[in-house]
Design a protein around this ligand. Structure first.
Ligand code: SF4
Ligand code: SF4
Length: 694
């Protein structure tokens, strides 16, 4: 297909949105776009007669899906040397960019690929972190704050698509058919024999080698943390591929080898790395379960990500007799989609960083080749598959602290609910328990961990159920996932109140506004019960309208779900365009005069939870026969009017703040107790003036 001088807007093939103009943005010098090939699905790009690269759509090559449950469609260009010529966003449904941050940060992110090689090791870093000088083959990309999950999905989509194409089109990246370990090959070997036969690799880096790599003497680095400059080996490292029984079973022993096999998933590989010396292969800040920065594997010029298996998390290291014992002995997992071939040459790479002064870090990279005997393997048909699981596992591992802290908080909250009768015995106990939790919910769960549930999650669930449920879509955000699991369980047990009263960051923010109103002595607006009952229905109308619309157009439903101020107030911390901020502030402002106005009358999520939690098991809020007849105190104190005139609690509206439980249990608060006590004292001739609120 020849490119005429005028810009072409028609698509290049019937079932694709890609136009010639799109391709020209990735290859400005292209003169000819070849016909789209089918295997792999790519457009070859020519300058006159010369093939200069390929363009392809990620949706043809990757099945990864983003937050919305839909794939992110990217047009990717790579040149004939395996360098990105650019990435263009063709379509996506990521809510954070569509209805929050806007497209600019996403465009800025994908722009970073241009000029980098597809075998570069990309490390995503927070934009506010200082740019680090990358070692050879490593590049640091600025991620996008508040859109980490979407950015990880975009990066995985780009890299997996590009590697698939490169492996099939560029000689440098060509991949042999993967090899399978012959499990039947096993001969008993001692530690020395494993070393002598090269089944275990021993790699030492001397001071001289390191100094050559750095280009200067180690004594030129006064800022290093070493107490004295090493004279001999800087590092003494052992490496072994464990899947081969002749290596793994001999090194670990039968029981540990079996434990390892059970821990690995299908087609995964495991390597053992251990070292001693002045400079360890993992840095002091290394977190178990992550990728080491100092050590990596390379095959065929492509980085092979290795991730700590946490194999020795709770278990002592038990290796073959004669093996040295090192503090840093770890087993790393290699996923099949990395294209790792254990029968091919592996390049062990060691990245050596050393601080010259507080501004300059010098770096040197060292490589050692490891090759296992061919007889240990048999070949099988080539297949390069990208498993979607890898993305959510990566995300979960990167958010372990949030997962742990949130889980502990949820266990604590469950305990509070189980023991509510004994914990909420006075108003001061109530305040002592509730307010710290509300601060935790707003600042940690909401602002920090971005754990604000939304009605969008509900209709994404319905849509997923309709098109075949895929749990991977929901696992992409561990904090949201855990909150939903807890919310579903608490809906069954106690109804909507556990979430709305304790775990909703915007709900907590509104409660703080109500507190402020009381401190400012702002008089609450009064209106009739009929108006209140009518207004209550509004949130259900909004819920049904949005859910119905989502079946017709998810995009429109997402846009209209901006009725929730959550994205503005919690996700983006009010840093957003003026109309959105005004809307959120307005809702909070109304909350000064009508406590929790948004929760009571407008929140579609609250409405959805009220419906889902209607038939909960426990209704434990204590009531007494006088409630509603002789006394209206709890009804008057309930911030959201969830107590009827009769004294009964309306659990569809109640947010289970537990204040009425504390009032009823507190002898200095409950009017009936106060009156009874007053009568008793008066009868004894001791009249004590007591003010009773009803
Ligand atoms: S009603 Fe809505 S805003 Fe209020 S606590 Fe529940 S989910 Fe949050
Ligand atoms: S009924 Fe009781 S627990 Fe429910 S919201 Fe009102 S005061 Fe809180």
């Amino acid at each position: 297909m020849l490119i005429p001088t005028a810009i072409q807007a028609q698509t290049l093939s019937a079932n694709s949105p890609v136009t010639e103009q799109d391709v020209l943005e990735l290859f400005p010098k292209a003169t000819v776009i070849g016909e789209k090939q089918t295997s792999p699905p790519i457009w070859p790009i020519y300058q006159l007669q010369e093939l200069i690269g390929y363009v392809f759509e990620s949706r043809d090559l990757s099945s990864l899906t983003g937050f919305s449950g839909n794939p992110i469609d990217l047009l990717i260009g790579i040149d004939a040397q395996g360098r990105f010529t650019g990435v263009k966003i063709m379509a996506h449904h990521e809510p954070i960019f569509l209805h929050g941050l806007g497209m600019e940060p996403l465009l800025g992110f994908v722009d970073q690929y241009r000029g980098n090689r597809i075998n570069d090791r990309i490390i995503l870093k927070k934009p506010e972190t200082q740019t680090q000088k990358a070692g050879k083959g490593t590049v640091y990309f600025d991620s996008v704050t508040k859109a980490t999950v979407s950015i990880i999905v975009v990066n995985d989509t780009i890299m997996s698509s590009a590697l698939k194409v490169a492996r099939q089109t560029l000689e440098e990246f060509a991949q042999q058919a993967p090899a399978r370990v012959k499990n039947e090959i096993f001969e008993s070997r001692s530690w020395d024999e494993l070393l002598q036969t090269g089944l275990v690799e021993h790699w030492q880096l001397s001071r001289e080698t390191v100094e050559q790599g750095l280009g200067s003497s180690l004594s030129d680095y006064p800022e290093t943390e070493w107490s004295e400059t090493p004279e001999e080996e800087i590092i003494d490292l052992y490496f072994a591929y464990l899947n081969a029984p002749i290596v793994g079973k001999n090194l670990l022993g039968n029981a540990e080898f079996l434990r390892l096999q059970n821990k690995l998933k299908k087609d995964e590989s495991a390597i053992l790395v251990m070292s001693k010396g002045f400079y360890e292969y993992i840095d002091p800040n290394f977190k178990p379960g992550t990728i080491p920065e100092r050590f990596n594997l390379v095959q065929n010029g492509l980085p092979i990500p290795v991730r700590d298996l946490n194999f020795y998390n709770y278990d002592a290291v038990k290796l073959i007799t004669g093996a040295p014992v090192f503090e840093n002995t770890r087993i790393f997992r290699i996923r099949p989609q990395t294209g790792f071939d254990p029968s091919a040459t592996m390049d062990l790479q060691f990245n050596f960083d050393i601080k010259k002064n507080h501004l300059i870090i010098d770096r040197a990279a060292f490589t050692q080749t490891h090759q296992l005997p061919e007889r240990l393997f048999e070949r099988q048909a080539a297949q390069v598959e990208v498993a979607r699981q890898a993305t959510w596992v990566t995300i979960w591992l990167s958010r372990i602290p949030e997962v742990v802290i949130l889980t502990i908080a949820l266990i604590l909250l469950t305990y509070i609910f189980v023991k509510q009768q004994t914990l909420m015995t006075t108003i001061s106990h109530f305040t002592f328990i509730r307010w710290p939790f509300l601060f935790f919910t707003l600042f940690y769960v909401g602002f920090y961990a971005q754990g604000q549930l939304s009605v969008v999650n509900i209709f994404t669930l319905f849509l997923e159920l309709l098109r075949g449920f895929d749990i991977g879509v929901f696992l992409l955000d561990p904090v949201i996932f855990i909150l939903w699991i807890h919310t579903v369980i608490s809906l069954i047990l106690w109804g909507r109140g556990v979430f709305c009263g304790w775990l909703c960051p915007f709900g907590a923010l509104q409660e703080m506004v109500t507190w402020l109103a009381s401190k400012l002595k702002i008089k609450q607006w009064r209106y009739s019960k009929l108006t209140h009952r009518r207004l209550l229905k509004m949130k259900y109308v909004i819920l049904f309208a949005l859910t119905g619309l989502s079946f017709y157009s998810l995009e429109q439903a997402m846009t209209l779900s901006e009725v929730e101020p959550f994205k503005t107030a919690i996700t983006l911390v009010f840093i957003r365009s003026y109309p959105f901020v005004l809307y959120a502030v307005l809702l909070l402002g109304i909350g000064l005069y009508i406590s929790k106005f948004y929760c009571r009358y407008a929140c579609p999520l609250g409405a959805g939870l009220a419906l889902l939690g209607k038939f909960h098991i426990f209704e434990k809020l204590r009531r007494r026969s006088e409630c509603g007849s002789k006394c209206q105190m709890c009804r008057n104190r309930c911030q959201i009017d969830a107590i009827d005139d009769s004294g009964a609690v309306n659990y569809s509206e109640c947010i289970q703040c537990l204040e009425c439980l504390a009032i009823i249990n507190d002898k200095n608060q409950c009017s009936i107790d106060l009156l009874t006590e007053k009568k008793a004292r008066t009868n004894n001739g001791i009249a004590i003036p007591i003010e009773v609120t009803t």
